[in-house]
Design a protein around this ligand. Structure first.
Ligand code: AMP
Ligand code: ZN
Length: 470
């Protein structure tokens, strides 16, 4: 088994990784702020985390993943105020859409989806702990701030220069830039708009609501313990969100907050980060309307390493649609195969080893995909030859199930299509067998029959694939 390696943002290096207890990876993944349906940029990050949990299981480890739902923050309250709603009225429908979209992309269920508003007592307790330790203080505005100059490690994740740390100055909003590295709000004194939106709670240090960073620290430590195995998010969360999470958690516990920090790069559109405020977002709804499958989106995202920027473009998406059709056709052919040449065993053993090694190497999905497609070509060619080894088919089916269990690329067959696909697979097998016997008249007759049903065959160097004539 290959050593599992991950790039750790804190040390800026790729390191061997194993769970602290040797068995189960406790992993915290910052989830969506539920005021708008998530866009494909958000889902690129969630897909990288989905692949990470599947790769962890390939190593034989268990995984406990927490993905929080940020259901109280500046943006949600602003939205509630605009619409005259409570925060719950804003967030409930968005949470539903999030799960539906996530399932469509086959992002596996995390073990926990805590909503921030369900963990207010834990957040209050954490603020009290920080006040007791003297690293937090109550300001004139009634809010509680974290004093960054009282935590010596402040800035270590984002490599913030100590000179940039401005002590005494304060920032109240949840998101800000490095230029504004200041004391940040742990707890924000309740304003009338918070009260109107149902976003205010009593606390010993004053009525108010949690800051965004505090939410994640409190939920992560409550559900996974004081030191996590892995903490993940998009690259934009390094500062201030994760820097502030480290400060709050480590100042309270005196222990490292996470053993490994993993960040995924951006999905861009024409070189600019996909973001709601830029107005360049693509949603799952939009993708469905274009007839693109969830499997194709996975293929598109996994074609680029998670630490490289990825540009959304129509040609690449179309290529992914074609690629996953090929995977789907192969899955059906393999499922229907009765026997194959014994050489298929070697191909199966190799693809398994290659995909395991690629994913263990800092989640090298592009390399795993390359190995899968080479396997499909080899297996198709071998199946074309006929052969009489039943065990070889079983072995190939097991290897394909293992690989596809990690990448999950078989497009969902529509019911009518599934019947057609089974029939086509049987015809293709018969045709391959006829060609092997050099009975070209029979092979041509089968092809003609397929054509009559609107099935177009493509004999390529990678084996025979098919599509429906448009
Ligand atoms: P948010 O709902 O804004 O808190 O974001 C949820 C997750 O999506 C975070 O991990 C972000 O880092 C990530 N994210 C936001 N925009 C993009 C993007 N364009 N590409 C990749 N990840 C993103
Ligand atoms: Zn977070």
């Amino acid at each position: 088994m290959s050593t599992f390696r991950l790039y750790d943002t804190l040390s800026r290096s790729t390191q061997p990784f194993a769970p602290a207890d040797g068995r189960t990876v406790r992993m915290y993944t910052c989830g969506p702020t539920v005021y708008n349906p998530a866009h494909l940029g958000n889902f690129r990050t969630f897909l990288f985390e989905d692949l990470l949990r599947r790769a962890i299981r390939l190593q034989g480890w268990g995984v406990v993943q927490v993905m929080n739902l940020t259901d109280v923050d500046d943006k949600i309250i602003a939205r509630a105020q605009q619409r005259g709603l409570t925060i719950t009225q804003v967030t409930d429908p968005v949470v539903e859409i999030f799960h539906a979209d996530r399932r469509w992309l086959r992002i596996e269920d995390a073990e926990h989806y805590p909503r921030a508003t369900d963990f207010i007592p834990q957040m209050i307790a954490l603020v009290e702990r920080l006040l007791e330790k003297g690293v937090a203080y109550r300001a004139d505005d009634g809010s509680v701030y974290f004093a960054i100059d009282r935590f010596p490690g402040y800035g270590k994740l984002s490599r913030l220069d100590r000179r940039e740390v401005r002590s005494g100055a304060r920032v109240a909003q949840d998101d800000y830039t490095k230029e504004n590295a200041q004391d940040f709000a742990l707890w924000k004194a309740a304003k009338p708009e918070d009260e109107a939106a149902g976003a205010a709670w009593d606390a010993p240090f004053g009525r108010g609501r949690p800051g965004w960073h505090l939410e994640c620290s409190a939920m992560a430590m409550e559900l996974l313990g004081e030191t996590l195995d892995i903490h993940c998010g998009g690259i934009d969360l390094v500062f201030p969100h994760h820097e502030d999470e480290i400060a709050q958690s480590e100042a309270a516990t005196g222990k490292p907050f996470a053993r490994c920090w993993c960040h995924g790069e951006f999905l861009n559109v024409d070189g600019a980060k996909m973001a709601k405020r830029v107005g360049n977002v693509t949603t799952v709804e939009g993708l469905k309307a274009q007839g693109i499958s969830g499997a194709a989106v996975r293929h598109f995202v996994f074609s680029t390493h998670y630490r490289k920027q990825l540009n959304l473009n129509a040609e690449a998406l179309e290529a992914s649609v074609q690629a996953t059709r090929r995977v789907g056709a192969f899955a059906e052919r393999l499922a229907a195969a009765a026997a194959a040449p014994v050489a298929l065993v070697d191909a199966a053993v190799e693809v398994e080893a290659e995909v395991r090694a690629a994913l263990a190497d800092d989640l090298n999905a592009p390399e795993a995909l390359a190995a899968l497609f080479i396997f499909i070509s080899r297996a198709n060619a071998l199946l074309d030859q006929g052969g009489d080894d039943r065990g070889a088919v079983d072995r190939a089916q097991r290897a394909f199930a293992l690989v596809n269990g990690a990448l999950d690329l078989v497009p969902e067959a529509r019911v009518a299509d599934a019947e057609l696909a089974t029939w086509v697979a049987s015809q293709l097998a018969a045709r391959a067998e006829a060609r092997l016997r050099r009975d070209f008249a029979r092979a041509d007759a089968i092809r003609a029959e397929l054509t009559a049903r609107g099935v177009v065959l493509e004999d390529g160097p990678l084996g025979t694939s098919w599509k429906l004539a448009s």
